[in-house]
Design a protein around this ligand. Sequence first.
Ligand SMILES: Cc1cc2nc3c(=O)[nH]c(=O)nc-3n(C[C@H](O)[C@H](O)[C@H](O)COP(=O)(O)OP(=O)(O)OC[C@H]3O[C@@H](n4cnc5c(N)ncnc54)[C@H](O)[C@@H]3O)c2cc1C
Length: 251
Amino acid sequence: MVRYRAWCGTAADFPEDVIFIGHLEELQGISLDNNAIRIGASATFTQILEDKRIPSFIKLPVSQIGSPSIRNIGTIGGNICNSSPAGDTLPMLYALDAKVTVVSKNSTYTIGINEFITGPGENILKQGEILKQITIPIGDYNRFYYRKVGQGRSNTISKTSFFALAKTDDTEIREVRIAFGAVATTVVRSPQSESYLKSIHKKELPNAIDKIKEQYGNLINPIDDLRSTKEYRKNVSLRMLKDFVLKELIK
Ligand SMILES: Cc1cc2nc3c(=O)[nH]c(=O)nc-3n(C[C@H](O)[C@H](O)[C@H](O)COP(=O)(O)OP(=O)(O)OC[C@H]3O[C@@H](n4cnc5c(N)ncnc54)[C@H](O)[C@@H]3O)c2cc1C
């Protein structure tokens, strides 16, 4: 919808016939139950940002999408179904193990976001299926971080992005979740590296940072394209990782 928008008050200019689904009641609404937030696929970014029940760590990446007018029209469902590795909601959704519910005339199924997205611009949706709802489990986190690096500060598609959250106490890392955007065909997350991070005492993080960077450096595999080079993407991604570890996780 956002891509083919026209001037205010005029109809969007589509190259072919499309079906508008934004008014479907089943795709609307935001609810909170059993430690999970359920967001209808047609919820706009602005609706998410204005909902007081949604935690700040979900809102942070959403607040950095496009511009106010893009956020008023663009939907979380559209961001997921676009399936761009640079989509701003995706690292957060991967880090939180979000699930998506897909419906068609004859079936309904729910799967992890990491199973739904299969490649750049690719997902498992078949003809006749639409994304209905996103379910995001809500944990107890006291550290969160999101940065995207693009050409400018607004209306910019990420060259690379980095999302992380953690639960820490005075000395230990109880929980940590890290996801990189735009550095591989899909979002990169590593349970093994997160386990390694959890095994490190906070005061040892400065000594361990090179090993942490090396582990993630082996996992991310960016490409050269119009927006950036693979070297730049890799360097900046690992710098954001270091920034998070030594400024947030260590606190
Ligand atoms: C100027 C500009 C700036 C942008 N900036 C950003 C940015 O900063 N960060 C970012 O992540 N993205 C950005 N985008 C991309 C875009 O705004 C987002 O991906 C947005 O979420 C798209 O939402 P939409 O509702 O308009 O989706 P649409 O464009 O309408 O849909 C996208 C695709 O998903 C399919 N689709 C949508 N909803 C469903 C559903 N419920 N079930 C099945 N298929 C569905 C559509 O058929 C289409 O193929 C930008 C785009 C523009 C034009």
